[in-house]
Design a protein around this ligand. Sequence first.
Ligand SMILES: *[C@@H]1O[C@H](CO)[C@@H](O)[C@H](O)[C@H]1NC(C)=O
Ligand SMILES: *[C@@H]1O[C@H](CO)[C@@H](O)[C@H](O)[C@H]1NC(C)=O
Ligand SMILES: [Cu+2]
Length: 165
Amino acid sequence: MACLNILVALAVVAVAFPSTLATDWYIGDSRGWSLNVNYTEWASGKTFYIGDQLIFLYKQGAHNVVKVINGTDFQQCTVPSRAVTLSTGDDVITLAEGKHWYICGFSNHCLNGMKLVITVVPQLTLVPAPTSFEAPPPSAATGIAFSKCQAWIVGVFSILVIIMD
Ligand SMILES: *[C@@H]1O[C@H](CO)[C@@H](O)[C@H](O)[C@H]1NC(C)=O
Ligand SMILES: *[C@@H]1O[C@H](CO)[C@@H](O)[C@H](O)[C@H]1NC(C)=O
Ligand SMILES: [Cu+2]
């Protein structure tokens, strides 16, 4: 039953560290980047990792995305003079670690709540398998058992990857 033990251990690892793949975050989900959305509420409970992408969808010309440098500008809705402004209507930002502030630069939109602050943390990495699984001694019988086991593990992992994708 060594095979089952390994499968269970791998399943535990897979659940504890669900994915090393980056997430695409559609800001505001179906509402996109617009007025009348509480982006504090939208962001709450979400964990943003380095390498994830923020996607701001909106009608071009109706809004924009301005990256502000600090919490003061964010609170006061001040557009910095040399701000990075995105305005394609389909703006994608790949996240680096730390706190990031975004506002809409159109008049009064930020004051009416079009503002998003997030904190980006490092991605958890997959830890090496625990050392308790020693490779079996190389006899013919265990050799076959082990390769069956490997086939199982590959199979189960393929299914997990499909499910979690
Ligand atoms: C947005 O949601 C947050 C958290 O639920 C709440 O504290 C805040 O008052 C809301 N803001 C507005 C403008 O409704
Ligand atoms: C925030 O950034 C603005 C520039 O956009 C700067 O003038 C201001 O001093 C900064 N405030 C703090 C508290 O760092
Ligand atoms: Cu706007």
